[in-house]
Design a protein. Structure first.
Length: 121
């Protein structure tokens, strides 16, 4: 049935596709974050102008980062999380600098706290 997960095992020698969260770098240097079952096909769709509206005006795009998940719901959840990040934090993820991710999070929390304390009553 459509829309329901398959309970069948893949045939021997077939490729098992896993859901991905991915990051593309666009021609203008910006990042696009998405999720898909078929990573290579999806990147091709973006580069053919059949992807997201955001990437259509920023071609070509290059795949710069992927994470694999057990379910599309997990990949989509991670997509939404990373979409909320600033450029600096995304760059640290792409470059494999987890220690910088923690430092960036701490700085952001300190700034929010300082901004909250600086507001007049």
């Amino acid at each position: 049935m459509r829309g329901e997960p398959s309970l069948e095992f893949p045939a021997r020698g077939s490729v098992v596709r896993m859901p991905y969260m991915y990051i593309l770098e666009c021609a203008d240097g910006s990042f696009y974050v998405g999720s898909t079952w078929h990573i290579l096909e999806r990147v091709q769709q973006h580069n053919e102008g059949m992807g997201a509206a955001y990437t259509r005006n920023r071609l070509p795009v290059a795949l710069v980062y992927t994470e694999e998940y057990a379910s599309i719901a997990e990949a989509y959840g991670r997509e939404k999380q990373v979409q909320g990040w600033n450029r600096r934090k995304r760059r640290a993820l792409i470059e494999g600098r987890p220690e910088d991710l923690r430092d960036i999070e701490r700085l952001q929390k300190l700034r929010r706290t300082a901004e909250g304390n600086a507001r007049p009553p």
